[in-house]
Ligand binder design. Structure first.
Ligand code: ATP
Length: 315
């Protein structure tokens, strides 16, 4: 495998009409999961990816599994739970700007992910382990699984890439801060958004944030800056990468997951750090141009056409 990740993928239901959801009668369904978004982004670019998770022995679990597998991600390490359901959630669109999320994920199958389901050889045989800050928020056994997976990766000299991805609905600020920092300290590359940097260290200044992460032992820090692009900092190189111009943002969700896929893909292709970050920015921008988290993730042909646009670098 090139990249292995672990986390929960749920089924998302969105009413076809706006307004209070109690009046909605028709819903559209999609799968949704930060880690699988990134793995799918990588698979679309031709990289080998694998997902460690649990789903319920139910129709939603079958849907998630077949949808992830259909995108080319290895699902051999996804186990099925007879006693716990696949997580689902709802996105209520009160109006254009006001969205409320309702999770039904407590005690979901994925929250029962446990180190006993993790095969050492699967992680030992990957190049990168990709972790987000969502999984350790799901349960104590998920948190244990994350630390166990990182321990295996380190033991076998594999690189750990971490997106803190804060979900404040899932745990207390205090617990989140402590755990996310502990994971960051063990990661080789950390990919925070400005908001996550601010949450962890109380500053929105990119250069200051990068230094603070470095002080916690993180070798490479890449800070996402939304439409402005990103800032990267490693011992030998640092700098800003401009965001790609997006005429109309249709759906900003998932840009960060696409960004991670771009950075990891660049690393796997042996690009310089700056080019990796440019690829991340290109994919993040592309994701915002269509509705859905994975629909905008490009294959090589689309990525090349996009990055060869006048004014963009070849990434
Ligand atoms: P999310 O958690 O919503 O997926 P995030 O906060 O992790 O996102 P963002 O900074 O929103 O990450 O987006 C990741 C990257 O995608 C940015 O660094 C940028 O390169 C690109 N991007 C996001 N939004 C835009 C935009 N409006 N225009 C151009 N590029 C964008």
């Amino acid at each position: 495998m090139d990249v292995v990740s672990m986390g929960e993928t749920m089924v998302l239901f969105t009413p076809d009409t706006q307004g209070q959801m109690r009046y909605a009668r028709n819903f559209s369904s999609k799968m949704a999961g930060a880690e699988t978004n990134t793995l799918i982004g990588l698979a679309k670019l031709g990289h080998k990816t694998g997902w460690i998770s649990r789903v319920g022995k139910d129709e939603f679990g079958s849907f998630v599994l077949s949808a992830v597998r259909a995108e080319g991600v290895d699902t051999s390490q996804v186990t099925t739970d007879k006693n716990a359901p696949t997580g689902i959630f709802f996105k209520e669109m009160l109006n254009e700007k006001n969205v409320r999320i309702y999770y039904h994920r407590k005690y979901s199958a994925a929250s029962f992910l446990d180190p006993i389901y993790i095969k050492e050889e699967y992680i030992a045989n990957t190049k990168y382990l990709y972790i987000t800050g969502i999984t350790p928020a799901l349960s104590q056994s998920c948190r244990d699984s994350i630390f166990y997976a990182i321990e295996i990766a380190k033991k076998h000299g594999k690189k750990v890439v971490f997106d803190p991805n804060i979900r404040r609905k899932l745990w207390s600020d205090e617990e989140a801060r402590k755990t996310l920092l502990a994971i960051a300290e063990m990661a080789d590359i950390v990919l925070p958004g400005i908001n996550e940097g601010e949450f962890l260290f109380g500053t929105e200044d990119c250069e200051e944030l990068a230094e603070l992460f470095h002080n916690h032992g993180v070798a490479t820090v890449i800070i996402k800056r939304g439409e402005k692009g990103a800032y990267y900092s490693a011992s030998s190189e640092k700098g800003y990468v401009q965001g790609f111009k997006v005429e109309k943002v249709v759906d900003p969700v998932g840009a960060g997951d696409g960004f991670a896929a771009g950075v990891l893909s660049g690393l796997l292709d042996g690009l310089t750090l700056e080019k990796c970050v440019q690829r991340g920015c290109a994919i993040g921008a592309l994701v915002t141009t269509v509705s859905g988290d994975i629909e905008g993730l490009p294959d090589r042909e689309i990525l090349e056409a996009y990055t060869e646009l006048p004014g963009s670098d070849d990434v």
